[in-house]
Design a protein around this ligand. Sequence first.
Ligand SMILES: [Zn+2]
Length: 111
Amino acid sequence: MKSPREPDLELRGRLIRSLGSLREMLPGSFVERKRACGRPNCHCADGKRLHSQFQISVLIDGKPKALNIPAGLAEKVRQKIEMRRRFDAAATTICSVNLKRLIKEKEERQV
Ligand SMILES: [Zn+2]
């Protein structure tokens, strides 16, 4: 027998179960820079068709670093950083569900 529907608990369960799919998440923020390589014959010499340089800004041992990301990995890395955002959003929602439940439990004890 299922107890009366508790939408908050269903939401919490759904979020918890979704976290496994975010296990490849990465920290930091993803940056795409445009740059010229400096070779005079390259298409980038016109100053318009520049090269993309992908980087992630992260803290390594507490210090801010920019890591260059090879173009072939850029999309994958971008998605993994996006996973971190979804993880944080899920954690925020789970915490607010739990906080609501704590406040309710506290009130019930005061009766
Ligand atoms: Zn170039």
